[in-house]
Design a protein around this ligand. Structure first.
Ligand code: SAH
Length: 258
């Protein structure tokens, strides 16, 4: 008998944010392939007899090549296993869920997706900010700050200009490592005093929220030691997250240092 694969969204970290469908899938799985950003409390829901394979960068190892993960999912399903591919957030927001589903279906494997709460939404909730508050925004864009190597780079100038004209909130994933460049690109289309909020480890006990303005984004990340995983929210809605009215004193210090 052939098995199947479920791509399951593990949410942003807090196990209480899992869907009932996700919990059931995790409990019934015979094999789990687990990404980096999935918390231990989520994995603890699995049957103790199930095989858990970590395919992220845990333990300082290099992440497992994507081609290996794809082959493994197909092989396990053909072996009759009930495979759960556990991914942080929602499987279809970044994180290659789309590619994985295409691959499985091309190989004739029964595959489907269980939604999870994506990090950007958990971050907005952490801030108490409505991403589409109608006084401030007409919509929201989920965008990666880290375009695929060799792929087409994001046209930040166009995006910033559109965000301003069309009143769109930007929710930027994977934006921390390239934050200085991100800031200067966004400043080509958005004013320096545009409200920005950062949320690291949304929904986890280690969660941190910081607010700033676009002109101070990179300096804030540095001064406040914001690291991955974090989401950057850019737009008027971030103002609701109790933004400092004056520029903080370390901004002047950072400027003085050049
Ligand atoms: N599929 C995931 C996103 C994977 S890309 C989702 O839907 O959430 C990885 C990026 O997600 C990280 O670089 C970071 O920007 C964001 N991220 C994931 N978990 C996060 C968390 N708990 N808090 C803040 N950002 C998070």
């Amino acid at each position: 008998m052939t098995g199947n694969v479920l791509l399951v969204g593990a949410g942003p970290g807090d196990p209480e944010l899992l869907t009932l469908k996700a919990v059931r899938a995790i409990q019934q799985a015979t094999v789990l392939l687990v990404d980096d950003l999935v918390g231990d409390e989520v994995i603890a829901l699995a049957d103790p007899a199930a095989r858990v394979v970590y395919v992220g960068k845990r333990g300082g190892c290099l992440s497992t090549p994507q081609s290996f993960i794809l082959r493994l999912m197909v092989a396990e399903a053909r072996n009759g296993e009930r495979v759960v591919r556990l991914k942080g957030g929602d499987p279809f927001i970044f994180g290659r869920g789309g590619e994985e589903l295409d691959h499985l279906r091309t190989h004739g494997i029964d595959a489907s997706v269980v939604n999870g709460i994506t990090a950007g939404l958990a971050a907005a909730n952490a801030l108490g900010v409505a991403l589409t508050h109608r006084d401030h925004a007409q919509g929201v864009v989920l965008v990666t700050g880290h375009a695929r190597t060799g792929g087409e780079a994001t046209d930040w100038r166009a995006l910033a200009a559109t965000a301003r004209q069309a009143r769109l909130t930007l929710v930027i994933y994977m934006g921390i490592s390239g934050v200085a460049e991100l800031q200067s690109e966004l400043l080509t289309g958005l004013p320096g005093d545009t409200p920005v909020a950062l949320v690291q480890d949304a929904s986890l006990p280690s969660q941190r929220c910081v607010t700033t303005r676009l002109a101070n984004l990179a300096a804030t990340v540095q001064a406040q030691h914001i690291g991955s995983p974090a989401v950057i929210i850019v737009g008027e809605v971030a103002h609701a997250a109790s933004l400092p009215e004056a520029l903080p004193s370390w901004t002047a210090a950072a400027r003085a240092q050049g």
